[in-house]
Ligand binder design. Structure first.
Ligand code: ADP
Ligand code: MG
Length: 439
């Protein structure tokens, strides 16, 4: 039909053969998307400006006459198309790789706390598999490990859209391994093919493979295959390998083969810079005293820092108020106690424990009795007892469990395990450290 349409333009506008051959014949339909028709103008000589000024309307009319369609016409050049296909490819690759589009080097604020980790990540992104393999990033909750890992992957995809990249959390990896084992040999082989035929593997929160035998085994072989093929591996953890006490030695030593880089708690200036960046990205203008108040008081977790700002903005929007220091103080009252010290509350304990086990606070407070949730919940009970000296009833209120025997049992169980089970001791000690950071 396209030829017919072009022919009609020619006839109706009494174009000579030469004009027709020069301007009209070379046009091609690139894409039809609903009412939008995109027409490719094949070469610069044809002159996009000229064609679009002079022939847009005639083509529109001819299309309407031939197909009955009232359309919007867009003209594009080959280089636009190429760029667009490349952008689409990049977008597709990052989706396939499991990435968060917001976490890039561009949106990452560099400060003294993360300078080294940032530089190492950039180096790895620039020459994957060549310099530091594996790259092992570690640091506390909410300090930017996931953001950096995503940045590395985005950077590599942008510079090499066909690179095969996989980003997974160690929990996703574990689930895949368990599923494959349950399903049988074919599934296991498929899983191996998936993980061993890639250029870059990023596994987030690798500490969760501790104590999971088959996952560790699978990881070990995947690691060896990729590493010896010169493929880049990036890992993150909430602690350095040397503190992963019960991890098999052969795995821990591999973590230390390449480069280890830690991320610390950001200083005040960096916290301010992060809030400013966020303000800019979200397109808000917020008084400095509000940002300063948040930066001064939310110290040890960037996710909370951002969350605090979001809460203030949300409240202002909801109540149609201006964002003022008073409003910020009011909204963040439960997060920031008057003496500028983060007070230890059951909710805070629940947040930290939930984060540690990759759960949401709501799950901890739910009635879910599966071990995945019950065990962290028991730890919450235990921590409320040991750190806050809470009585049964108060703990019951905090975790939303009515049965006091369940609570007593939970606390005793963790007490016992704390003495006899090094794995439990390790995680409880880590949580205590996170809850009571040396200030
Ligand atoms: P982690 O994986 O270490 O727990 P995340 O990478 O999830 O932490 O970071 C928590 C939040 O803080 C994310 O929204 C992330 O974008 C943000 N964030 C962390 N570090 C920075 C930074 N240096 N600059 C900007 N945003 C950051
Ligand atoms: Mg993370």
């Amino acid at each position: 039909k396209w030829d017919e349409i072009l022919e009609r333009v020619k006839v109706e506008h009494e174009l000579g053969d030469v004009s027709f051959k020069t301007w009209i014949k070379p046009l091609e339909v690139y894409k039809v998307d609903g009412n939008n028709v995109t027409i490719l103008v094949p070469s610069q000589q044809v002159g996009l400006d000229y064609v679009s000024k002079r022939y847009l309307l005639p083509i529109k009319v001819a299309i309407a006459e031939v197909t009955g369609m009232d359309c919007d016409i867009h003209f594009v050049l080959p280089e636009d198309v190429e760029k667009r296909t490349e952008e689409e490819q990049i977008q597709k690759s990052s989706q396939l790789a499991g990435l968060n589009p917001k976490y890039t080097f561009d949106t990452f604020v560099v400060g003294s706390n993360n300078q080294f980790a940032h530089a190492a990540s950039l180096a790895v992104a620039e020459s994957p598999g060549k310099m530091y393999n594996p790259l092992f990033l570690y640091g506390g909750v909410g300090l930017g490990k996931t953001h950096l890992m995503n940045s590395i992957a985005h950077f590599i995809i942008e510079h090499n859209p066909s690179a095969k990249i996989l980003y997974v959390t160690s929990e996703e990896f574990t689930n895949e391994v368990i599923d494959a084992i349950r399903t049988g040999t074919v599934a296991i082989n498929k899983l191996r093919e998936k993980y061993r035929n890639i250029d870059v593997l990023l596994i987030d929160d690798i500490q969760f493979i501790i104590g999971k035998e088959s996952t560790q085994e699978e990881f070990f072989h995947t690691f060896n295959t990729l590493h010896s093929a010169g493929k880049q591996i990036v890992l993150s953890s909430d602690r350095p390998p040397k503190d992963m006490n019960i991890l098999e030695e052969r795995i821990r030593s591999r973590f230390e083969w390449g480069l280890m880089a830690d991320i610390q708690i950001p200083v005040y200036e960096t916290r301010m810079a992060i809030l400013k960046k966020k303000e800019e990205e979200d397109g808000y203008t917020i008084n400095n005293d509000v940002l300063e108040y948040i930066a001064a008081n939310v110290k040890s977790n960037i996710r909370e820092l951002e969350g605090s700002l979001n809460r203030v903005i949300a409240m202002a929007n909801l109540e149609n108020k201006e964002i003022t220091l008073d409003l910020a103080k009011q909204v963040l009252a439960d997060l920031i106690s008057p003496n500028d010290q983060k007070s230890l509350t059951p909710d805070y304990i629940i947040d930290v424990v939930a984060e540690q086990f990759d759960l949401t606070p709501e799950e901890i407070k739910s009635q879910d009795k599966s071990r995945k949730v019950a065990f962290p919940r028991q730890i919450v009970m235990y921590l409320c007892r040991t750190l806050l000296n809470y009585k049964q009833q108060a703990i019951a209120d905090a975790v939303g469990i009515k049965n006091h025997t369940t609570i007593m049992y939970g606390i005793e169980k963790i007490e016992k395990e704390y003495k006899n089970n090094p794995e439990t001791k390790e995680v409880v000690d880590l949580l205590k450290k996170k809850l009571n950071p040396p200030s």
